[in-house]
Design a protein around this ligand. Structure first.
Ligand SMILES: Nc1nc2c(c(=O)[nH]1)N[C@H]1C(S)=C(S)[C@@H](COP(=O)(O)OP(=O)(O)OC[C@H]3O[C@@H](n4cnc5c(=O)[nH]c(N)nc54)[C@H](O)[C@@H]3O)O[C@H]1N2
Ligand SMILES: Nc1nc2c(c(=O)[nH]1)N[C@H]1C(S)=C(S)[C@@H](COP(=O)(O)OP(=O)(O)OC[C@H]3O[C@@H](n4cnc5c(=O)[nH]c(N)nc54)[C@H](O)[C@@H]3O)O[C@H]1N2
Ligand code: SF4
Ligand SMILES: [Mo]
Length: 736
């Protein structure tokens, strides 16, 4: 029998947020190979190993083909998706009747992003139920960004993206691995092209990262010292008169207070404290301030290492001092494709309140905040009995047991729930404890669009596309035969239908980025169910380029005409950017009062820092053999001198202990690390009963992190990087 022909179709990779343009070979209705699409105008054929494993992900033997229900003995049995929705709806109704809508919460994680209808439908459903208990992974990621954006104010002509900047400052961000931080389109090529143009790249990271190898200036500080370092840069910019006086006078408030607040952060002081060179700090400040166009991005490291709001706030202040915002008469990078049309104006929208509103939590005095409700408090909100206790949790493309800080508390909380529902493609650590696991379709089985990266502009400074780029992909393949899969949005829609609800899809509120035309909320037809393409159309209503135009370009396109320039400030406009938020300057004052310490002199002589690995995406990818060919665990990377001091060699098992818990780690040397630092990826391992399998499943760094100490008062994020730990040799025989 001859093989059936192979058909090749363009699409969008949705293994991670980066939305790379791909070509998919399809045979007998199945994806068999994925590669980069060279005909795409911006991605130009780039993919990473994860994306190329999409076919294996789709046909993985462990992939759930049916929704599952936990029986009395804790085992899961398949059930029809309609039946699952009937039962979950009935259970939620009963819980709401007895305990009120607030007892129902959702936790939205990374795999909600690629499916554009997921988040709006989930949120629309919950709000219509009367609950505002919406938690996302953003508050255990880079919550400092949303807080800082709010209290600093927004520049309505937007920021400069990497591709147009003459100088770029990356603080604890590693786009060459994370495809994040404003470099989501073929980051390697983007960096090389910028270097060719003469861009000055400044990198601050305790690890000589893949990005740092391209840096003109690499500063390798002690972890957790970013506020001090950025304050020192501001000290130099002000002290040497390098700031943009006209911009500061016209658009900011608080210059004098900021200048006073950074006075004690001289380069010499910061250098001593962070253990870097004072001359490098001066040089970094000069390069950044004197650039024509510049951008600065902090990543997860500094947001997790304590005082993340302050780091992010000081970075915004630094950019505002230097006037590094898009000016009147300059063309915007992306007038908008899936986003509404830009109406950029070179003026500031004044600061907003960043916390102290909305829902009040019962633990640690948390309230609603610009970053959303603190996910780090969710386990306690579930565990703490009494009025307001959360009893039902729906996890949307998320995995609390792998991802949340304080893993042991998280496990306890998941077990305590009256109802735990996970929408997951496999029996992940959290799904294994769920009452219901809803099995979704995977990316190549559903339509999608490149909207995710474009929309980043509205939350994160200096992110989004550098061009008016857009792509749409139809569903390319059918789900495996003999399966019963639904899309995530259909699950929430199904609950809404059963519970007699009206679901409304709300547009996101831009907190940064340039001003754009507003979008309207959309009421879903709850009688005549729309199909996924119709929902996509609805979600893109008001986009500058109608989705149907984007659809005409199967390989994606750049829609740049007409060029849009930032308008000058309106007469009498009074909006301003705040350089002197009281809470932030008080916190900076606290920093200046801290003693300069050496970790080595304490019972916890190492600092455990966060990092990402190229071939996994948080807890996804670990089960794909081609991605984990070297090892299936998350190595504990250490400096060779530290390993020598402990007599350790590659592959040896150590016990890593914080003042909260212990985990195993498998040592691997990395020359590019600072001494005294252990660098380890998150979202590995499983429940403690599986700890001995460290060689095949790795271990969970989240277990080492307490949530009720050293936490941020607004976002709740505890110290998840720069965590004090000690190590000792351990012995474990590898299991298979
Ligand atoms: N210690 C420590 N902890 C961390 C971090 C750290 O650096 N250090 N990083 C934090 C960050 S930045 C984040 S964003 C969070 C991540 O937090 P989460 O989003 O909660 O964790 P993920 O592992 O990304 O969970 C994704 C889940 O979605 C499932 N999945 C995969 N594909 C699909 C799909 O197509 N559809 C659906 N419905 N599900 C799918 C996966 O099997 C997995 O269970 O972790 C945080 N936790
Ligand atoms: N391949 C891959 N890509 C991913 C992910 C993945 O798991 N794998 N996860 C995705 C997610 S959810 C997110 S949020 C993004 C995150 O994207 P990034 O923020 O770029 O994440 P990382 O690559 O971990 O880079 C963080 C850097 O912070 C440094 N660091 C740690 N502590 C400190 C500190 O105290 N100060 C300073 N200055 N630096 C510090 C680390 O050494 C590391 O180089 O990546 C996304 N992309
Ligand atoms: S970077 Fe992300 S979107 Fe691009 S190929 Fe890799 S996994 Fe897919
Ligand atoms: Mo993240």
């Amino acid at each position: 029998m001859s093989a059936s022909p192979i058909e090749t179709k363009p699409s969008i990779c949705r293994f991670c947020h980066a939305s790379c343009a791909i070509l998919v070979d399809i045979q007998d209705g199945k994806a068999i190979e994925v590669r980069g699409d060279r005909d795409n105008p911006i991605y130009g054929g780039f993919t990473c190993p994860k994306g190329r494993q999409l076919p294996q992900q789709h046909s993985h033997p462990d992939r759930l083909l049916y929704s599952m229900k936990r029986d009395g003995s804790g085992n899961h049995q398949p059930l029809a998706s309609e039946q699952a929705m009937d039962e979950v709806a009935a259970k939620i109704q009963a819980i709401v009747q007895q305990h009120g809508p607030r007892s129902v919460a959702i936790y939205i994680g990374t795999y909600s992003g690629p499916y554009l209808a997921s988040i709006p439908t989930a949120i629309g459903w919950l709000l219509s139920l009367g609950s505002r208990m919406i938690f996302t992974s953003s508050t255990i990621d880079q919550p400092g960004k949303s807080i800082a954006n709010s209290i600093h104010g927004r520049w309505l002509a937007g920021s400069y993206v990497y591709d147009e900047s003459d100088c770029w400052l990356g603080v604890g961000v590693n786009p060459l691995v994370s495809v994040s931080g404003g470099l989501s389109v073929d980051p390697g090529r983007t960096v090389r092209e910028a270097k060719k143009r003469g861009q000055k790249l400044l990198v601050i990271d305790p690890r000589r990262t893949e990005l740092a190898r391209f840096a003109d200036l690499f500063i390798q500080p002690k972890p957790g010292e970013d506020p001090t370092i950025i304050a020192a840069l501001i000290h130099v910019v002000i002290g040497e008169g390098l700031y943009d006086q006209a911009f500061v006078d016209a658009n900011t408030q608080g210059f004098t207070e900021l200048a006073t607040a950074v006075r004690s952060f001289s380069p010499d002081y910061a250098a001593k404290r962070a253990d870097v060179s004072a001359q490098d700090l001066r040089m970094a400040a000069r390069l950044y301030a004197t650039a024509n166009k510049a951008g600065a991005v902090a990543g997860t490291g500094p947001n997790m290492a304590g005082r993340g709001n302050l780091t992010e706030y000081l970075i915004l202040c630094l950019s505002s001092l230097c006037g590094h915002w898009r000016r009147a008469g300059e063309a915007v990078a992306n007038p908008g494709v899936m986003l509404p049309g830009a109406i950029p104006v070179a003026q500031a929208e004044s600061p907003r309140k960043a916390w102290g509103y909305g829902e009040k939590l019962r633990v640690r005095d948390f309230t609603g905040a610009a970053c959303g409700l603190p996910t780090s408090a969710l386990a306690d909100e579930i565990l703490q009995e009494g009025d307001g206790q959360i009893r039902a949790l729906i996890c949307l493309g998320s995995n609390p047991i792998a991802a949340w800080p304080d893993q042991l508390k998280t496990i306890e909380a998941m077990k305590k729930l009256d109802l735990l529902v996970c929408l997951d493609i496999k029996m992940a650590a959290t799904a294994k404890l769920a009452d219901y696991v809803i099995a979704p379709k995977l990316s190549l089985e559903v339509p999608g669009a490149s909207t995710q990266i474009e929309t980043l502009e509205q939350t994160y400074v200096s992110m989004g596309y550098a061009q008016a780029y857009g792509q749409y992909s139809p569903a390319l393949v059918d789900p495996p035969s003999d399966s019963d899969l639904i899309e995530e949005w259909e699950f929430f829609y199904g609950l809404g239908q059963r519970m007699g609800q009206q679901i409304t899809l709300y547009p996101i509120n831009a907190e940064t980025g340039m001003q754009r035309e507003p979008r309207k909320p959309i009421k879903l037809d709850m009688v005549d169910k729309p199909d996924s393409d119709e929902v996509l159309e609805l979600l893109h209503r008001g986009s500058r380029i109608p989705l149907e135009h984007v659809k005409r370009h199967a390989h994606g396109a750049v829609f740049s005409q007409p060029e849009i320039e930032a308008a000058p400030k309106q007469q009498g406009w009074e909006g301003y950017l705040d350089l002197a938020n009281k809470f932030m300057l008080d916190e900076l004052h606290e920093v200046s009062g801290e003693p300069i310490t050496r970790a080595i002199d304490t019972p916890f002589p190492f600092r455990l820092i966060s990092r990402r690995l190229p071939n996994v995406y948080n807890s996804s990818g670990r089960d794909l053999h081609k991605l984990m060919f070297k090892h299936r665990y998350n190595p504990a990377f250490m400096h060779p001198d530290d390993m020598n001091a402990y007599g350790l060699s590659n592959g040896e098992v150590i016990r890593i202990s914080s003042d909260h818990a212990s985990i195993f780690g498998i040592v691997e040397e990395e020359e590019g690390l600072r001494e005294g630092v252990i660098s380890m990826a998150h979202c590995f391992g499983d429940v403690p009963q599986q700890d001995q399998k460290v060689h095949t499943i790795g271990s969970n760094t989240g277990r080492l992190i307490p949530v009720d100490r050293n936490y941020d008062p607004y976002s709740g994020i505890p110290r998840m990087s720069a965590l004090p730990v000690r190590i000792e040799r351990a012995s474990i025989t590898p299991e298979d």
